[in-house]
Design a protein. Sequence first.
Length: 151
Amino acid sequence: MKKMIAILSLMTISSSAFAMHGYGEDSCVAKMINGSTLEIQIANGEPVNPHYIPNRSDDQADMVTVEFKGAPVGGNEQGSELVLQLKSDKDTSSRKTSDGCFEGYEKTSNRVAEVQSISSKLNQSYGIKKGTKVYFVCYTSASAPTGKHCQ
């Protein structure tokens, strides 16, 4: 019985420790020539998730994914309605972060990205086409667990 309690305790502690993972945010905004605003961010605060264009619908099927090649965080999603290639990324401010359980950084930057492909629907909405350079202001953060057991 004592052996069983020890094993269950170890499993509980281990699963809590492994549940911790990295977090990230990459939110960018660009004002388009036609007056519209293009916002992109990564889904669910996980640095491996793709970027998307937020919408007012709660329906996941309406989510428009963006492949942002070269972005500091965020995964690439094949078959996206918008594909951007990072051309430059200049930090305007940055700092390291630490709370004892997580360490990371946060920064703001000015980014230039070139449109590599875009759906006709997005082309109409934002007035951009393949080859257009888009100028973003971005906030990026990433943090990872330090390895300490934190609640």
